[in-house]
Design a binder for this molecule. Sequence first.
Ligand code: ADP
Length: 268
Amino acid sequence: MSNFDINQFKIILEPFYKAQSTEVELYTAAYNLGLPVMIKGPTGCGKSRFIEYMAYKLDKPIITVSCNEDITASDLIGRFLLDTNGTRWVDGPLTLAARHGAICYLDEIVEARQDTMVVIHSLTDHRRELMLDKKGELVKAHSDFQLVISYNPAYQSLMKDLKQSTKQRFTGMDFDYVSAELETSIVVRESGVGGDIATKLVKLAQVTRNLVGHGIDEGASTRLLNYAGTLIASGVGVKDACNMALVCPITDDVEIRTTMGSAIDAIF
Ligand code: ADP
């Protein structure tokens, strides 16, 4: 592990990111103070893109973990592995980030079981340390280490939410879909579709977002708009592309699909 190079986790090319408000300044302040950050917002609204952009701007490595309910504390911390020479300790992503100084981004943290997340506690308070019980080592976090989590409030339920004792270790930033104008320019840039089509795709997304709570759990994300735009730019018909990217993934409800079909006809 001695020749391990954390710089392999640096982002080489500047990610395309358009600021919505003062998030760049606020995040920079939190990073410089070593404060953990929770990014809240609906799926596909730009949370991960923002963190990648910030890692690039701050010139820090970033290690991302997509959380799911099968993730264990060992998956984050590390474990002994058996090889031909016997057993060997292998740091998990959280330990790597803490030891060598990287931003550790736990994406969709509510997907993980609450008891798993208790392992981050000692890293997110004044201690800034991580106990590797099995190895008998206490890792003091590197000064460049920062913990960032993303959190989708729509998925929140009593069964699936962070404990207050976890939540209250983070500063928070609210994210939402960007303004229509900004979203249009993002779709143009990311998918290569023309401005007129992108404007209409954004209008359609707004229809789905207004249906939240009326048969739809979450509206179409900017990511899905990019998919639709990419399909259209490659020559797929507009309506097929909208159905494939914006209707099919978000609802199976026949009535909602009919409503969205009418919206597609009206907008295009
Ligand atoms: P999530 O919130 O689920 O982490 P992502 O960060 O993956 O979402 O964003 C999904 C897509 O939205 C990105 O691929 C990007 O094209 C687009 N996007 C959203 N907001 C912005 C923004 N402010 N600047 C640039 N792209 C954005």
